[in-house]
Design a protein around this ligand. Sequence first.
Ligand SMILES: NC(=O)c1ccc[n+]([C@@H]2O[C@H](COP(=O)([O-])OP(=O)(O)OC[C@H]3O[C@@H](n4cnc5c(N)ncnc54)[C@H](O)[C@@H]3O)[C@@H](O)[C@H]2O)c1
Length: 362
Amino acid sequence: MARTVLVSLGERSYEIQIGRNILYQLGEYLKKNPVTGTVGLVTDSTVGPLYADDIHSLLTAAGVKCVIHSMPAGEANKRLQRIEEICGTLLEGGLDRGSLLLALGGGVVGDVAGFAAACFMRGIPFLQIPTTVVAQVDSSVGGKTAVNHPRGKNTIGMFHQPCGVLIDMDLLKTLPTREICAGCAEIIKHGVIADSNLFAHMEQHAGLIREGDLSALEYPIARSCEIKAAVVAKDEHELGLRAILNYGHTFGHAIETASHYATFLHGEAVSLGMCAAAVLGAELGLVDADFVSRQRACLTAYSLPVYWPDLPVEEALAAMKKDKKARAGTLKFIVPTSLGTVVQRTDITDGQALRALASLKQ
Ligand SMILES: NC(=O)c1ccc[n+]([C@@H]2O[C@H](COP(=O)([O-])OP(=O)(O)OC[C@H]3O[C@@H](n4cnc5c(N)ncnc54)[C@H](O)[C@@H]3O)[C@@H](O)[C@H]2O)c1
C-alpha cells in the first residue's frame, strides 16, 4: 500500500506517493488528474532503456500519447544546452501550455526536466518519478530546479514545484549499491538534523539496506520525505530554516570542488562534509566526541567515506571562500547540537573551518 506525504504550499500543494510497484498506477493517476494533449517524458540514457518503454505502454493503454526525450546520463549533462534540446522535442511532439512533463530518473534528470518544465511555454506542470535514493529522499521534493554553469553548480535555475511525486521503490532494484549508499548519506543527514529515531533505524538496518532489502528502506524514505516536506512548507525559498537541509554541504561542496567532481559521488562528499561539521560542533562545545564517532560509525556502515587522506585542505578552504563571495559574503555552516537538532552559524573563522577540514585527513 502506498504512503502519502503532503507538501503543504497553499494552491501549489502536492502529494508524494511512496510504495512498491506503484509506477503501474501511473495510468490511473493521469485519469484522476486529466491531462490535455501529449505528455512529455524526460529520462536519461541509463534509466530510459530500463523503464521508459513500460511507461510508454502504460500511458498508451490509458489512452495518453507520450513523446520520450532521453538525455545522456551524468552530472556533466546538467547544462543549458539540454534544456534547449528538451524544448525542441516537446515542440516537435506538439506539447502546449496545458501539457504535462514527467521526469523519470535521478537528481540530474529531475533538476533538468524540472527546469525545462519551468521554462517551456513559461511554465508547465511536471510530475517527478525519482529513480535513485538521492532523488527519492531529496531532490524530487521541494521544487529546486537548476542546471550548472561552467563557473558554478546549480547557478541557473528556478523554484518550480512539481504537481506530484511518485516514488516507486522497486525502481531502486537496478541501482548500483554505491549509488544506494550515497543516497543513504542524505537519509542519515535527515536523521541528524531532525529525527534521532530515523538515525537509529539507519544504524540498525545498514546490513539489510546494503544487501538491497527494499523493505528496510521504506520507512527511511517516507520519513525523509516528511522531514523535507515539513521544512519546505515553512520556508519554500530558503530564506531561513530550509538551510538546515544543507547540513554537511558547505564542507561537502568544497570537497567536491577540490576533488574536481571526480573522486566522490555527491552523497559521499556530503558524508565527509557531515564529519567535518560534527568536528566543528565538537570544537564549539555543541556536541561531544561520542556524537562525532557515532555519526562516523553510521556512515562507515554504508561504506561512505569519513576520511580523505589526500584532501587538499587549503584548496578546499579557498573553494569555500569563493562560495562565500558568491553568496553575498556570508557562509552558513549547519552545526549539530544533538542527534536530531542543528543550528545555523555564520561566525565560523577560517581557522575553525580549516581544523574541521584537516580532521578528515587522519
Ligand atoms: N533539487 C534539489 O533539491 C536537489 C537535492 C539534492 C541533489 N540534487 C541534485 O541531484 C543530482 C544527483 O542526483 P543523483 O545522485 O540521483 O545522480 P544521477 O541523476 O546522476 O543518477 C546517478 C546515476 O544512476 C543512474 N540511475 C538512476 N536511476 C537508476 C536506476 N533506477 N537504476 C540504474 N541506474 C540508475 C543515472 O543514470 C546516473 O548514471 C546532483 O546534480 C544534485 O545537484 C538536487
